[in-house]
Design a protein. Structure first.
Length: 217
């Protein structure tokens, strides 16, 4: 099953409709109380990220459901999609940022803000610079490279995976103060604790965010 596609933007257009569509979707899939709550949180996190993206852009929001391949199972997988385009190029983004209070982009704080920066970079034509570093108290962690995966299709310029990022951080957290701090951030993150996977795929002219969650009904 797939919901209607809803046009949204970071001025707030379509946000309330997207939340309402998510409620209808949860009811039609007969999710239990916990499942509905988790879906609502994931949608709110994703739409909150949309509102925080710099510049102006339009995006399309929809949800998809796939039943478990096992007939005896009452579970399924929900994929939340946000596909966005922007006309603002990299020089335009630099000008936009120069008008901000600090005259520079604020370093991402938290997992969802890191995802937001990846989305912005893809939207604004910075595919060649999709390596991001976050400064922690003890040093710097390159989260863009840690989460990078093979896109699997020729038209995909860059693909980032939250699970790949978690694996990278987990593999170095012992004895590494920077990675340990990043792991602590992951443990406190709503999106990292609820979603089974988050992917950011960058193509020329567009970016797609996909949040995947398995549900029991």
């Amino acid at each position: 099953m797939q919901t209607e596609k809803i046009e949204i933007d970071n001025s707030g257009q379509g946000i309330s409709q997207a939340l309402e569509e998510a409620e209808r979707f949860a009811a039609s899939m007969e999710l239990n109380k916990k499942g509905r709550f988790h879906l609502r949180l994931l949608v709110e996190e994703a739409l909150g990220m949309v509102r925080a993206v710099a510049g102006e852009f339009k995006a399309t929001f929809w949800l998809e459901w796939r039943d478990s391949i096992f007939r005896w199972s009452n579970s399924g997988t929900c994929a939340l999609h946000i596909e966005a385009r922007a006309d603002l190029n990299y020089p335009g983004r630099r000008e936009f940022l120069s008008l901000s209070t600090e005259g520079r982009n604020t370093a991402p704080r938290g997992v969802m803000e890191k995802i937001r920066e990846l989305v912005e970079a893809g939207l604004y034509g910075m595919e060649e610079s999709l390596k991001f570093q976050t400064e922690y108290g003890a040093g710097i962690l390159d989260y863009g490279t840690l989460g990078m995966v093979d896109g699997g299709m020729s038209q995909v310029l860059y693909s980032w995976s939250m699970q790949k990022y978690k694996e990278g951080v987990a593999g170095t957290k012992t004895g590494d103060e920077v990675a340990a701090e990043a792991w602590d951030e992951l443990e406190k993150s709503v999106i990292a604790n609820i979603a089974n996977e988050v992917r950011v795929g960058v193509r020329k002219g567009s970016v797609e965010l996909v949040i995947v969650k398995e549900f029991e009904r």
